[in-house]
Design a protein around this ligand. Sequence first.
Ligand code: EPU
Length: 469
Amino acid sequence: MNSAPATALPRPTAAADRAATIRPDRIHITGGTPLTGEVTARGAKNLVPKAMVAALLGSSPSTLRSVPQISDVRIVTGLLEAHGVTVRTGESRDELILDPTSVESADHAEIAAHAGESRIPILLCGPLLHRNGRAFIPDLGGCRIGDRPINFHLDALRAFGAVVEKRSDGLHLHAPQRLRGTKITLPYPSVGSTEQVLLTAVLAEGVTELRNAATEPEIMDLIAVLQKMGAIISVLDNRVIHITGVDRLEGYTHRALPDRLEAASWACAALATGGDILVRGAHQGSMMTFLNVFRRVGGAFEVDDSPLNAGIRFWHPGGPLKALALETDVHPGFQTDWQQPLVVALTQAQGLSIVHETVYEKRLGFTSALISMGAQVQLYRECLGGTPCRFGQRNFMHSAVISGPSKLHAAELEIPDLRAGFSYLIAALAAQGTSTVHGISLINRGYEDFDEKLNALGARFEFGEMTVQ
Ligand code: EPU
């Protein structure tokens, strides 16, 4: 049981709130200045909300450290509180204490208020079925980068013995009896479905065998959280995971792994602007595939793994960047969330680059804005430059040929999704003139204090209205 002094969680949180309340939802960026300096990457956006959900499974409070101030954390806090979990900040603003000892079935209207905000609510199914025997999940939100169905999640929950009913307001689930361990083979190594199975199997009766599981570093960190709680999980070769259900789990104390997606985003910003950025907290082990590509494109990096100052410095060493061919894939492949920031840097590379997006069928749509800024990007339906993927025969523009280098010029941009949003910031920073980027609150979903970090790196920008020079 954690006894750290706790204060009520300040909501809404600093950066996300300023965006939501005070700041207009647009930013004016004047490009042409190399970004130089130091930023810190805190806990991973794609782990922290899931570790918060895992706290629901414990019989005692959990402490989660290195929690970023992002809106996904605020959304999950609201959902957990609606179910009776007390969520407080601990000794510092990046420490959360989650007390699930008074969990109850939430009021439907309170849950429905979170409809369309995020995809995380689907992960509450297993924990709520274990705690309450029933669960109501509102319609999901999340970035519009493809259809993003939840069929794997629902098939897995049914295999555990849950009864799932889709109604107009969302999903209604109940467990007629204790959920039972089962054998599941995912049709595709989906991150969320793997997490769904883990969060459900740990308290199910008997053994669960999961085949074709995703093995992203954030999933390994979630497994570490669950193991601290008392779960028995074995990660075997060939994407097989065995989970032996236990009767009871306790709370955990855990420091979230650093956000490798944020770190790579800053690395691409350094490359595209000809800058030099030290990302404190960035971790080489979870970024090896990215680092190889960064080096092949012509970027330079240096890893500092000293205990107090760990991080990676990324910089543009001068001279032309090199074009390359790459495809996104599940881990250990090139992460799809790295693709969009890298594409901006590739507009500055000499020659023809090919990018084949194999995880989300619509994740290259954001390039239309880059084209409006002068980038030369052509999209194709075919699987270019690599292995044929699920989208090859389905008429999706999921391959891109980028011809560079292009001089980018300022434009008016509307952010369609989180990573595209950060990529537009990078493009505006690399362009000549002053761009206006609309919809920046989306960036707060995954990037803590991005405006303060931009400021620290010497970016020239201001929010809302402005006087054009
Ligand atoms: N899929 C299905 N059916 C399902 C689930 C997934 O067909 O039931 C398909 C999806 O449509 C997609 C593919 O499987 O084509 C991969 O989806 P996955 O389930 O792996 O993605 P996710 O769990 O919804 C998480 C991250 C994403 C990240 C992906 C892939 C979170 C909150 N989101 O999404 O992060 O791109 O894994 O690594 O963890 C981002 O950070 O910008 C972001 C989108």
